[in-house]
Structure formats: structure tokens, C-alpha cells
Design a protein around this ligand. Structure first.
Ligand SMILES: Cc1ncc(COP(=O)(O)O)c(C=O)c1O
Length: 387
């Protein structure tokens, strides 16, 4: 009995593996990116009310109609094009499913899909599942900028799409105008589809604002935007995402979604309408609280002799551990992450797991900080005890 050839092209997720190690060793889990605090009470109440109120069967495959209507209303100005909830909007089981269906809808076997690296672990398998090949486009330390020459050099006759993520996990980069211009040039000159994962659109620092690449007129009809509610509303376990696809690709996205999951959980989609109705003050408080979390962790990391990157968005920081004055500073990333989990009591992810060539990520680990300040302080004290 042999598994498919396809499945042999990727292993299990190291991020999720680190969470299992964190549980096993009772470590503070700064590996996988999920909150240790509750979502807003109003949306929890809305979910309970939806279940009690009978919203327990499949929704229309494309998504609960009031949710699609609300998404279309909210994102029409953000994307600068009229989103028809009955054509362009599809509600998925998280961004994870959104990326899979987008990839399935655009890539043919043998196609190449450009993926910025370091990359969220799910991107490469999503390309492989579509029969395509993920071609890495490296963003390099210390500033992890998207470089035009590098991007253009990876395009071949087989390139079909470019998958990006901004704000970016794990670097915390928010691509600026010059990087966007490079991206637009490469995508349009080579007739590519752009797939953008914008799951961290509301988690930004130092007054930054999110601008979707799809807003640019040249990209409007060739961009699939994938967004989600996991991070913005601290509901990673609800599995809610959404896809906005242009006319030419919308039906394909919907058919893929139909046969992969039928629909996202109905009562939670109903509660998502309440989430999207939260006032502007919710988003102000969100950015303020994340700013505090980021700054708290960065202070501890600096004091503990980690060299950490200051993220512009998302909720991770990459930290180089090679300057620590303990023998473990010479371990490879995976062994260091295991030592941190087992002996220091703080679980992290080796940066090597974000690259198709793991050697590129050696010497640093990723810390996730969607945590209560008290959790981050407790983790910080453990880091200080390393010295
Ligand atoms: C860039 C990125 N995309 C997608 C996901 C997963 O999103 P979802 O929970 O909506 O499936 C994550 C989670 O960490 C992420 O960092």
C-alpha cells in the first residue's frame, strides 16, 4: 500500500508540531499564531443565539447571504471595484481553504506558482495539491524586502500565478509602494494571476494602514484576494475566511469550494455578521493592544540578547539567537526550538520551517505574540533566565 506521489512532496506542519510539543512539555506556546484571550463577547453571544435560533444546516454553498452582503459592502471601497455578493464573494473554511481553492481554480498541473519566502507553511502544499510547483522568491535578511530583479528572475513560461501575503507572516513586513510597483510590473508584464493573503489586514503598527494590492487598476481583474476572521476577531478555531475573485475566476473558486467543503459552519457565519458590525473603536483597540504586545515582547527579547526584527504588521517576530551566551546558541533551529520548549518553557518555531531550503532560515526562530500581556511577561521572564 503506497500513498500518492503528491503527498510525499510535503511533510507535516512544523508549526502545529511545535504546538503539540508545547502541550507535552507545559511550555508557554509562542509557536503557533493563535490568541490565548477570548473573542468579543458580542460575537460569542451571536454564535450561541444562531445555534439556538436554528441556524444549524448547510448554508447556500457560497456563504450565508447576509454575511456575503456585508462583506461585499465593506470591501467594495477597499478593493475599488463593485463586489457582487452573488458572484464575487465566497465564504470559506478559513484562509487556509481560501488559498487551496484559489490555487485549484487557477493552476494546471505543470504550472509554476511564485511564492515569497519565508512563507506560511500552507502555501507550498496548496500549490502541490493543485499539481503545480511552488517556486520560491526569497526575501532576504535583514530587511526582507521584495526585490524586482529577484522576482522577475523567477518567472518562466510555466509561471501562472504569484502568491503573496501582506502584512507578512513571519517577517512582519508590510510591502511599501516601491515593492508594490515591482510586483505590479512583474504580474502584468507576464500575464500572471495574483493571489493575496491579507489575513493580517487589521494588525498593523506605528500608524500604518493596509492597502490591498488589488486596489491598483492594473491588478483589479487579475487578483484573488483571500481574507479571514481568525486573527482580527480572535476566532482561529471558527474556521472562517473569504475569497474575492474577479469575474473570470469567481465561478471556478466557487466550484472548488463547493466540492471541497460545501460551506463554512453556518452558525459561525451568522455570528460573523455581528463581528463585521463592530464599531471602528474595536479596530482602534485592536491595534493599540497589539502594539503593546509587540513592544513588550521586543523589550524582553532585546534584554535577553535575542536580535529580533521589529514587525510592521501581523503578530510575529523573527529573532536571531546566535548572540546568546549559552552553548545552545550554536544549535540548529529545530534543536534550539526544542530546547526552548523543553528546558526554557517557551515554545517557538524554527525559521527553517518557512523555507523550501531549510538552511536559509538557520540561526533564528519565530515568536508569535497574540497573547495576554501577562503571558508575554511570564514568557519574557523565562527568556531572561537563559543568561
Ligand atoms: C499568512 C497566513 N495565512 C493563513 C493562515 C491561516 O488562516 P485561517 O485560520 O483563516 O485558515 C495563517 C495563520 O497563521 C497565516 O499566518
Amino acid at each position: 500500500m503506497k500513498p500518492s506521489n503528491r503527498i510525499n512532496q510535503f511533510g507535516e506542519s512544523i508549526i502545529r508540531e511545535m504546538t503539540r510539543h508545547a502541550h507535552e512539555h507545559g511550555a508557554i506556546n509562542l509557536s503557533q499564531g493563535y490568541p490565548d484571550f477570548d473573542p468579543p463577547q458580542v460575537i460569542v453571544d451571536a454564535a450561541v443565539a444562531a445555534i439556538r435560533g436554528g441556524e444549524n444546516q448547510y448554508t447556500v454553498t457560497w456563504g450565508y447571504p447576509p454575511l456575503r452582503a456585508r462583506l461585499a459592502e465593506l470591501y467594495t471601497p477597499k478593493l475599488g471595484r463593485t463586489l457582487d455578493p452573488d458572484v464575487h464573494v465566497t465564504v470559506t473554511c478559513g484562509v487556509t481553504e481560501g488559498i487551496v481553492v484559489a490555487m485549484q481554480a487557477v493552476a494546471n498541473p505543470g504550472d509554476e506558482v511564485l511564492v515569497l519566502e519565508p512563507a506560511h507553511e500552507n502555501f507550498r502544499p496548496a500549490a502541490i495539491m493543485a499539481g503545480a510547483r511552488a517556486v520560491p522568491v526569497p526575501l532576504t535578511a535583514p530587511d526582507y524586502r521584495l526585490d524586482y530583479e529577484m522576482l522577475a528572475s523567477r518567472v518562466t513560461a510555466q509561471t501562472r500565478a504569484l502568491l503573496i501575503n501582506t502584512p507578512h507572516n513571519p517577517t512582519g513586513r508590510v510591502f511599501d509602494e516601491a515593492e508594490m510597483a515591482a510586483l505590479i510590473e512583474v504580474v502584468t508584464a507576464n500575464d500572471l494571476v495574483l493571489i493575496t493573503d491579507e489575513i493580517y489586514e487589521h494588525i498593523l503598527y506605528d500608524g500604518r494602514v493596509h492597502v490591498s494590492p488589488a486596489l491598483h487598476p492594473a491588478l483589479r481583474d487579475r487578483t484573488i484576494v483571500v481574507g479571514g476572521l481568525s486573527k482580527t476577531f480572535a476566532i482561529t478555531g471558527w474556521r472562517l475566511g473569504f475569497v474575492f475573485a474577479p469575474d473570470a475566476l469567481a465561478s471556478g473558486v466557487r466550484r472548488m469550494h463547493d466540492y471541497i467543503t460545501i460551506c463554512a459552519p453556518t452558525p459561525l457565519q451568522a455570528a460573523a455578521v455581528a463581528a463585521l458590525d463592530l464599531p471602528e473603536s474595536y479596530y482602534t483597540e485592536l491595534t493599540e493592544s497589539y502594539q503593546q504586545r509587540r513592544d513588550t515582547l521586543l523589550e524582553y527579547l532585546a534584554e535577553a540578547d535575542f536580535r529580533a526584527l521589529t514587525p510592521e504588521g501581523a503578530y510575529y517576530t523573527i529573532a536571531d539567537y546566535r548572540g546568546l551566551s549559552v552553548p545552545q546558541a550554536r544549535l540548529n533551529g529545530m534543536d534550539f526550538a526544542m530546547w526552548m520548549t523543553r528546558d526554557v518553557g517557551v515554545a517557538v518555531v524554527p525559521m527553517s520551517s518557512f523555507y523550501s531550503d531549510p538552511s536559509l532560515g538557520e540561526g533564528s526562530v519565530r515568536f508569535a505574540f497574540p497573547k495576554k500581556l501577562e503571558t508575554l511577561r511570564m514568557a519574557g521572564e523565562r527568556l531572561l533566565a537563559i543568561r
